[in-house]
Design a binder for this molecule. Structure first.
Ligand SMILES: [Zn+2]
Length: 484
């Protein structure tokens, strides 16, 4: 729900608030051509100044984060500002400010002191309840004359300050998504706004949430309040531990992926792709919200993780380094344990890696998983297996580096392709990739992995050779099986 200037509107009869809100127009100079692009799409036509005020205690949950994101996007998409408001738990400094505003309301007759004791309020509520009436405050202290109220307060008589809501007042505000909003007459919000005179200052002089929140919004010139329909109660998935941000961060969810994901929960866009990095989001955001409840979808979040990982890997920037660091943190204890256990075999780091490469690069296991057609396995691949291994074995130990390996691979591929043409294989273009497909299966089980030359380099010369031999045997087994 988005309330346009709702503080101003539903208190519009309280003139001082209304005027101050209107007297401080925000500059429109910073808008970024948003108007031309968004006519008819209901984005506010003035720069929005929005805020997010997270609870100062406890962890931030997904529902609140989503609210923050929409506040942020509406501000940025209209060329406005987004304010992060950290509530001060020790409010002594601001208490003065709230009291000042309460006093102003008292002076202008929009608020009054209520001297009713807790006992009296209790008794009143009980007898009203017994009579089947709403238990709200009966407004008795409205009738106390101003002078008497002043002197009783001066004499230190305990009291609260209540908002004097006009008897005929119907609360309403304009919701940018849902239009004009009036709470149903019997609803809780209707009774709070129209039926009861809410407390602004408590008897200890501290403001209630209602007052503090309105004053803070007013002081900060907040123009729009966005309240997302809440899905915070839903669990994202067991896989992510819990729904609070710190545990999602620990499990390695990218902040950008989470923002993207939460935006999709509630906002419907016209783009062809759900992958929305920050810039794309900002350039395309509008108020086309989906109505009704949205469901958590962990698979979608993982999909976005992959898309962001791809882009980070392409950029090789700070985000990529973070991914690497995080993985190292996970690996460190495993590696420590391995080194401790096999310290008597220790020669050099790369030697250690060769001995444990299976952790990273799977061996060629199931020949059924070779991603090649039968006719290629039994035909050109089978007849070239020995050549592949011999050519790779020709690289000398001291030349075992990515560049040399790549050269050999290129030469091998050329020769293999030439041979395919020579034996006039009927599907040459498809078959041409089969060498690399075969090697990928032989060297890391055909799982997704980096390029062949780096894989071979990290596996080491010995291990590469060993795996090619293992793969050969598996292929021969397949061929034998077919011939029997
Ligand atoms: Zn009273």
């Amino acid at each position: 729900m988005i309330r346009a200037s709702n503080r101003c509107e539903h208190l519009s009869r309280i003139s001082w608030i209304y005027q101050r809100c209107n007297n401080r127009p925000l500059s429109t100079s910073s808008r970024r051509g948003a108007v031309e692009r968004r006519v008819g799409e209901k984005l506010p036509d003035v720069p929005a100044r929005t805020r997010f005020a997270p609870s100062p205690t406890g962890n931030l949950h997904l529902g609140s984060l989503r609210t923050a994101i929409f506040n942020y996007l509406i501000a940025k998409a209209t060329g406005g500002q987004f304010v992060l408001r950290i509530e001060d738990t020790d409010q002594s400094e601001r208490t003065f400010l709230y009291q000042g505003h309460a006093q102003e309301l008292l002076n202008t007759g929009h608020a009054y002191r209520c001297f009713c004791s807790a006992e009296r309020l209790n008794e009143m509520a009980q007898s009203k309840h017994a009579a089947g009436l709403p238990t709200g405050y009966d407004k008795r202290c409205r009738e106390i004359p101003g002078g008497e109220s002043e002197s009783r307060a001066r004499n230190g008589e305990p009291h609260v300050v209540r908002l004097k809501i006009p008897n005929s007042f119907t609360p309403k505000f304009t919701d940018l998504v849902h239009g004009e909003f009036k709470p149903p007459k019997k609803s809780k919000s209707a009774s709070i706004l129209a039926g009861e005179d809410s407390i602004l200052l408590k008897s200890d002089g501290l403001p209630t949430y209602h007052l503090a929140n309105v004053v803070d919004d007013h002081e900060m010139q907040i123009t729009h309040v966005i309240r997302a329909q809440d899905s915070a109660g839903q669990k994202l998935s067991k896989r992510f531990g819990s729904n609070d941000l710190s545990s999602l961060r620990e499990s390695g969810i990218f902040p950008e992926a989470l923002v993207n994901y939460l935006t999709l929960m509630g906002w419907s866009h016209k783009l062809t792709d759900d992958f929305l990095p920050r810039e794309t989001l900002l350039n395309n955001f509008d108020l086309r919200f989906t109505k009704g409840n949205t469901q958590m979808n962990p698979a979608k979040l993982i999909y976005l993780q992959k898309r962001f990982a791809e882009s980070y890997a392409r950029e090789q920037g700070q985000q990529f380094e973070k991914m690497v660091d995080q993985l190292f943190d996970e690996l460190r204890p495993i590696i420590r344990t391995l080194i401790t256990g096999e310290s008597s075999h220790w020669d050099m780091p790369l030697g250690f890696f060769e001995r444990h490469a299976d952790i990273f690069y799977d061996r060629p296991r199931d020949p059924k998983r070779i991603p090649l057609r039968r006719d290629l396995i039994c035909g050109p691949i089978a007849s070239s297996l020995l050549t592949f291994r011999q050519e790779i074995a020709r690289i000398r130990y001291e030349d075992w580096n990515i560049i040399e390996i790549q050269k050999t691979l290129n030469a091998l591929k050329q020769a293999f392709n030439a041979r395919l043409v020579q034996i006039s294989h009927n599907d040459v273009p498809t078959a041409q990739n089969s060498l690399y497909q075969y090697l990928r299966w032989a060297l890391y089980g055909g799982r997704p992995g980096p390029d062949l030359a780096s894989t071979m380099y990290y596996l080491g010369r010995g291990k590469t050779h060993e795996r090619l031999r293992l793969a050969e045997n598996k292929v021969y087994d397949v061929i034998d099986g077919l011939e029997e």
